[in-house]
Design a protein around this ligand. Sequence first.
Ligand code: FES
Ligand SMILES: [Fe+2]
Length: 479
Amino acid sequence: MIVDYVKDERAGVGHLAVTLARSGQGRCICDVATPGTPAGPRHQTLHPGALLRDGGAARRPTGAQRGDRHRKLAFGFGSDGKPCVAGAKSTHRTDGIMRLITKSATHIPQQNGVSTRGRALPARLYREPEVVELELERIFERTWQFAAHISRLPEPGSYLTATAGRQPVLVLRDHDGQLRAFRNVCRHRGSRLLAGEGDCGKAIRCRYHGWTYRLDGELIGVPEARSIPDLDKSALGLFPARVEELAGLVFVNLDIHARPLAEQVPGLEERLAEYGVADLVPHRSLDGTQPANWKIVADNYLEGYHVPIAHPGLMRLYDYKAYTVELHDGYAWFDAPLRDKPSGNLMERAYQRLVSPMPGLPEEYTRIWRYIYIYPNTAIDLYPDQVWVWKLDSDGPKGTRDTAMLYRHPSASVRTRLAQYFNRKVNALVGEEDVDLVANVQAGLESRGWEPGPLSGREAAVGWFADKIRADLGDGAHA
Ligand code: FES
Ligand SMILES: [Fe+2]
């Protein structure tokens, strides 16, 4: 085994490149310690490319060094700590993550403390009803759940309702302008307090018996209070939840002791900010179901290994060899650079010709599609022309509820809007293809005696996700 680090002075920048050599057993092994930088018949309503992300990525050459017994597998970080992406001049800073050029099936065992050699999950975790309950309790109610775009909470008194798993949550902006979140339940007899979204004014009044709460959650009004013995209003405030905004996206967490989201996804806020996500406006929403366990849908989003076989359209668009995936503690980032060669498909070619970056987006991002997955169940599709945010929820052991919102720039040109249309058309087909794939996986996992097979290098994020699921389920993953 040979592992070495090569200083590459391309373009006057000290790029750290990692080269590996195959071991005698034909298996690549490399302990990377590099310094920082870096959706079945979906019941007819499935949307476009959404749920099924297949990455692609950096256009910069992966640098197979022909004639050299070393084969370059990964590259990507300038001495300034910034990744060298897809012919794109990145301006963000990442947190010491090594970009994997998954052209090779080689595994790199660890990046920044994140294993890239995770094992897939056993079949029982994808099909048994008791696992669903366990996941609700140990995953969905303890992790950061996407609630809404910040534009839905414009001023004091604005509120919206969301869920964390099956738990109802209320998010509002208080009179100081701060975001707050609570369990959406009255402390009296358990009525849901608010529904939908809107303006709750100066206080929240339960529609059942009129108990009233200030926007900070304190109980301030109880009709006929004297008739209630031992009433202690100070102990009957709303149950608080955590809330955070990440680049214009609002997340909630029912675990009030949870690690801050920003800590779990270091660098992500800045990267999303490049796309001006906070300033985009909602354009349309989708609410669908898929006939497969939510983790099967997630797995499918998390790898591009199936693209050459299952998505001919994407293969015409992607520079597949340059597909990359970065694994971070709390998120995975996929880059899918697009080819310059015109597609033979009319719709795809129209997109290629029309696509232009949203106002404010660097020109070099025009030819790259990006996919981000925030553990456990938020997916973000970053296109040059529009952005999708997806939330996957468990819909029983063999079903997924997926809700998505499409955002776009309010002043996008007519040309860009046309590109958006063709983008949605192209990805709608990808979505249908993916729904069929996940449905087939669900069916196959019924097979008695099946054990997970080994993962390819392109499936590093599937292993990453599986490891996190196992860690969160604890003993429940093995029972
Ligand atoms: S349930 Fe809310 S006031 Fe009675
Ligand atoms: Fe796919």
